[in-house]
Structures are given as C-alpha cells and as structure tokens.
Design a protein. Structure first.
Length: 220
C-alpha cells in the first residue's frame, strides 16, 4: 500500500496534539494509537487528511471516527490485556485494530459486505492475527464467542440491543453512542452488575445510525 510522506511521525504527533492534550491518559490506549497506521484505513484520496481530528468518509454511507473519539471510547472500555472484546460495526477496521493492541482477542461484526471484505483484507495484510471479523447483523452479537469483557458499538442506537446486554460478562463494559439520529447522541458507558447495568453518560457525539434489526422495531 502507498505510504504518505512522514507517516512514521504522524501517529505520534496526532496522539500528542489531539488526544493527550484533550485529557486521554490511558497509556495503553495512547500507545495503541501511536502504533496503528490510520492512513491505511481510509480511502487513498483522503490519506493526506488521515491524522486530522475529524471523521472521514469510507464509502457506503459510513465514516471512520475522529481519532479523539476512537481514543475516548477505547479508554472508557477500560480493557485489560486478558480481555475479549466485541465490536459492532467494523467499518474501516481502525477501531478494531486499536483494540487489538490492547486486548487478547477482538471479535468484530460488519453488516455491509463491501466494508466487511475490505476490512478483512486489511486485517490479513497487516497481520492482525487476534482480530476475527464476521459478516452479519451486529444487533444479535456473536453468541458463540460470548461472554465478552467489553462491547463497543460504533453506530448510534436509541435502544441497546438486548442480545448484546445478555452477552456482556459480569463486570463487563459496553460503550456506545446512545440516541437516534438525526441529531446528537450521548456517548454512554454501561457496566454489568449482576442483572443490572450501571449507566454513565460521557459526552455528546454524532454517529451514523446502526442498521439492520436495530431499525426494525416490533419484530423478532
């Protein structure tokens, strides 16, 4: 893949000026974002903007989130090296790649076939051996791989899918943009305590909507 000039310096500069400066302190998150080449996860014609702090289009009506939001969601997950994490909405694959530097295993689900195939090729090319991707509707999660220590949803939902709550391990954490587009959502952290879920709202965000079953209320 074609590199961009000075690419080895850009992730470090991005972390310093856009992430650390805004209060992200988790050392594992910061190091992961230094290691992952974000420009390889965006379309070639946008690579000159890959390390700027705003979302970029990746086609199929989807975006790669701005670096700060990726870092913030990852920090909220409070993952440890032994954790198994599920991501709903692979998109470009960047969030899964960042998580792969922190946790033992990442399972990620993408509902759009074009993005699924593109991300799978990239994971293979970059040798992300602890990332496993599935083509399907993330609403249902991945019950065969559950329970998960952490779940991260990278699309907005107005109702947390019940299968995902059921697949969260005791003490596990779920991070998502809560609220139905259009408009803003609240970045929200749910922590499972027995059969209850502690809720913490983090900040306002704007994400594209989750599709599939999440858009079909009142059906099984």
């Amino acid at each position: 893949m074609t590199a961009i000039k000075g690419e080895s310096l850009l992730p470090a500069e991005m972390v310093k000026t856009q992430i650390e400066s805004r209060g992200i302190m988790d050392r594992a998150v910061l190091e992961a974002m230094r290691q992952v080449p974000r420009h390889l996860f965006v379309p070639a014609h946008l690579r000159s903007s890959a390390y700027e702090d705003h979302p970029l289009s990746i086609g199929e009506g989807q975006t790669i989130s701005q670096p700060y939001i990726v870092a913030l969601m990852t920090e909220c997950l409070a993952a440890s090296p032994s954790d198994i994490v599920l991501e709903i909405g692979t998109g470009s694959g960047y969030q899964a790649a960042v998580l792969s530097k922190i946790v033992r295993k990442v399972y990620t689900i993408e509902v759009r076939e074009v993005l699924f195939r593109r991300a799978r090729r990239l994971f293979n090319a970059l040798d992300y051996t602890n990332v496993e991707i599935h083509y399907g509707d993330g609403y249902y999660g991945w019950p065969e791989r559950a329970p998960f220590d952490g779940i991260i949803i990278t699309a907005a939902v107005g109702l947390v899918p019940p299968p995902l709550l059921a697949q969260l391990a005791e003490g596990g954490r779920l991070v998502l943009p809560y609220g139905t587009p259009p408009g803003h959502q609240r970045l929200t952290l749910l922590t499972r305590v027995g059969e209850r879920y502690q809720v913490k709202h983090i900040t306002g965000v704007t994400f594209v909507p989750m599709v599939g079953k999440a858009t079909k209320r009142g059906t099984d």
